[in-house]
Design a protein around this ligand. Structure first.
Ligand SMILES: Nc1ncnc2c1ncn2[C@@H]1O[C@H](COP(=O)(O)OP(=O)(O)OP(=O)(O)O)[C@@H](O)[C@H]1O
Ligand SMILES: [Mg+2]
Length: 245
């Protein structure tokens, strides 16, 4: 479904992604881990055409993303939910309006339906009572959850999560894990989760990839990931403590 074929990306004169080859299957929950500054967010942005490869191709459903017309790219993006690492809420809109935004922009639903769907997504994330607040009135973790509500509100086929649990307490983090998993199971969504949270990566994903200095150095099931012989992967996992899955 989502294929990276020999993708290289240069940014600011530096080679950020090096010969990336990946094949993420339809309905798969794919986790991407790796040290900070190693290219995870840059890789994720390629999936929705916010970056195009310097060489190589990103193919989604047989479409070469870099070659799509503006119109087709917009149509494709309407089917992707994205949780940006920063949350990316609009400060001048209420929580509810932030969540409603993709529905207003990408669908022809009535105002009543839009409010209903937005409130349903907010309710799933425990934020219904906060819907009339402004982003400046809620905590960082709440902003993250509003971003998540906005990512799922359109019922997309693909959801990209950039650090869905960072800044959340462990209880909320596990709730978000459950939500990501339940969306995948209910709706057969293809999910790509970039995360520093090894608990998330190892407990909810079908496969985990590790990227290090722009290179994919491991792609395996969580179990094989924990038992790998790759020393860099071992050191990375160990730094996060003990895991049992
Ligand atoms: N638009 C850009 N222009 C120039 N360099 C960039 C740009 N975006 C990212 N980079 C560089 O690419 C490298 C990888 O960045 P990226 O944001 O993908 O890291 P990351 O793995 O997501 O890190 P983190 O875990 O901290 O979020 C970094 O060195 C970063 O400075
Ligand atoms: Mg990042």
């Amino acid at each position: 479904m989502i294929k990276f074929e020999n993708v290289n990306k240069n940014l600011g004169g530096k080679r950020i992604l090096k010969d990336i080859n990946l094949h993420i299957k339809k309905g798969e929950l794919f986790a991407l881990v790796g040290p900070s500054g190693t290219g995870k967010s840059v890789l994720l942005r390629h999936i929705i055409g916010l970056h195009n490869p310097t060489s190589g191709k990103v193919i989604v459903d047989n479409m070469d993303i870099a070659k799509l017309s503006k119109f087709k790219l917009e149509k494709y993006r309407a089917n992707c939910g994205v949780l940006f690492q920063s949350g990316a809420l609009l400060n001048w809109m209420t929580v509810e309006d932030n969540v409603a935004l993709p529905l207003i922009e990408k669908t022809k639903l009535s105002a009543k339906e839009i409010t209903e769907k937005s409130d349903e997504a907010l309710d799933m994330l425990g934020l219904l009572d906060d819907r009339y607040k402004m982003p400046s009135e809620i905590s960082g973790g709440m902003k993250k959850r509003v971003g998540l509500a906005r990512a799922i509100v359109t019922n997309p086929d693909i959801i990209l999560y950039d650090e869905p649990t960072s800044g959340l307490d462990p209880i909320m983090s596990r709730k978000i894990d459950e939500l990501i998993l339940s969306l995948k199971e209910k709706l057969n969504i293809t999910s790509v989760v970039v995360t520093h949270d090894m608990q998330t990566a190892l407990t909810i994903s079908d496969r985990v990839a590790m990227i290090n200095q722009g290179e994919i150095i491991e792609v395996s099931t969580p179990k094989d990931f924990l038992n790998t012989n790759n020393k860099t992967v071992q050191a990375f996992t160990k730094a996060y403590g003990q895991f049992s899955i």
